[in-house]
Design a protein around this ligand. Structure first.
Ligand SMILES: Cc1cc2nc3c(=O)[nH]c(=O)nc-3n(C[C@H](O)[C@H](O)[C@H](O)COP(=O)(O)O)c2cc1C
Length: 406
């Protein structure tokens, strides 16, 4: 369940072209996540969109001026509303509002409210033309805001608002990324045990070549690995995610690296291993590979009747041998005697935890959005979780392994 559920949010809107993306964002916050959102618009923002749409989606009066109110009562609402809020988010944030915050200017409702809000609960999503964004003064202001501990949602590089502006940095990220950052800011307030931890996660399959076109692989898609990576990043961890081939987008907020073979996966994992606090191997690393892959594409009549195979290196076994202070977590796929078989793997590979899933169970393991797992600790205590979304499974795994080492 999202940490945003039921939260009280102040959404500040400024006069940038990306304001059109704030309407669906507001709808998602209020309708899907049950947030209580108060919208505050600058007078420039009202030139781009009228308050009516935001009033409809928030179910409340939109604050459009320092001294105006539908009820006629203004009072010190600029203080009360901010003090009651869990988060204050300026999406989109113009170059102008960045300048006002850094200079301490409070000449309208939004800038005044932003002076009341603590930086730790304030999120700012700058969006503007690339020349404005790269302007030295704007960059200096942003750097100051980062140093003051404001949460900055960095803009993306891509197509800008008009054909003349073309391609460049300054785009407001998509809704999923904006929600990710709002959730991350709430998690930071709760001081998750994952905050500032260095975590390495692997996901997806590997491919072992028969020739340049054909390969041996398995049905893993990377959904479990991505769910683990995004939930850890949201909780404030520094996440390195190493993925086998997948068609899914990169997990938000993580450093992602792609590999193809088990050998490449092993090299990438070993390269990062010694600096990690927690390592979770959720990738379905292929256990076998053809000994002599052919170059090019084998003609049909040249395809051999049988292939000579070799086992790939067991990455987890190697990690267990090299283990220092890392918490080492393995995933295991078993179709029978799940717990007993997983316990012997855990012993053999010197793991701290093993998580077993069974692809024979409906909605579990490969290529599904859900999973049903059993988490086993070093003392062989097994804890089964009910079938639920991979995101919820990921959160339950983090909760379990950070609560106790045994
Ligand atoms: C069509 C148009 C688009 C604009 N888009 C942006 C923008 O994306 N980002 C930005 O920082 N300013 C943009 N501006 C400039 C701001 O609207 C202007 O600086 C304004 O004073 C900002 O006021 P505010 O920060 O109080 O909302 C745009 C102006 C116009 C006319």
């Amino acid at each position: 369940m999202s940490v945003l559920r039921g939260k009280s949010i102040v959404l500040g809107l400024t006069g940038g072209i990306a304001i059109y993306k704030s309407a669906p964002l507001l709808r998602r916050l209020t309708r899907d996540l049950g947030c209580d959102v108060t919208v505050v618009m600058t007078s420039s923002a009202q030139e781009f969109m009228t308050p009516l749409i935001f009033e409809t989606f928030s179910g409340k009066e939109v604050i459009t001026g320092m001294f105006e109110s539908e009820s006629g009562i203004v009072g010190t609402r600029h203080i009360d509303i901010i003090q009651r809020a869990d988060l204050v988010a300026v999406i989109p944030a113009t170059a102008n509002i960045l300048g006002k915050i850094t200079a301490g200017i409070a000449d309208d409702a939004l800038s005044t409210m932003l002076l009341v809000a603590e930086p730790e609960k304030t999120i700012i999503a700058p969006a503007m033309n690339k020349n404005m964004y790269l302007n030295t003064v704007v960059q200096r202001n942003l750097q100051q805001l980062r140093e003051l501990k404001y949460h900055i949602i960095e803009p993306e590089t891509g197509e800008l608002a008009t054909a003349e502006e073309g391609w460049g940095i300054g785009r407001l990220p998509d809704e999923k990324t904006l929600i990710f950052h709002l959730e991350k800011a709430i998690s930071a307030q709760k001081k998750s045990p994952l905050a500032r931890k260095r975590i390495l996660i692997t996901g997806g399959p590997t491919r072992e070549a028969i020739d340049d076109i054909r390969f041996i692989s398995n049905p893993s898609t990377g959904k479990m690995g991505i769910a683990l990576a995004e939930t850890a990043a949201k909780a404030g961890a520094f996440v390195n995610y190493i993925s086998g081939p997948t068609t899914l987008p990169d997990p938000t907020g993580c450093k992602t690296q792609y590999v193809v073979t088990a050998e490449e996966m092993k090299a990438a994992v070993l390269d990062l291993y010694k600096d990690q606090d927690i390592v979770v191997m959720a990738a379905a690393v292929e256990d076998i590979r053809p000994i002599n892959p052919s170059e090019g594409k084998l003609k049909k009549d040249k395809i051999p009747e049988s292939l000579s195979l070799k086992k790939t290196d067991d990455i987890l076994l190697q990690l267990g041998k090299n283990k220092k202070d890392q918490i080492l977590v393995g995933f295991s796929v078993e179709v029978e005697n799940e717990v007993t078989n997983s316990i012997s793997k855990m012993e053999k590979k010197n793991l701290d935890w093993i998580i077993v899933n069974n692809p024979r169970e409906k909605g579990s393991a490969f290529a599904t959005d859900t999973n049903q797992v059993t988490i086993i600790n070093k003392k062989h205590k097994a804890h089964s979780l009910p079938l639920q979304s991979k995101v919820d499974i990921a959160e339950a795994i983090w909760q379990t392994i950070t609560k106790s080492k045994d």
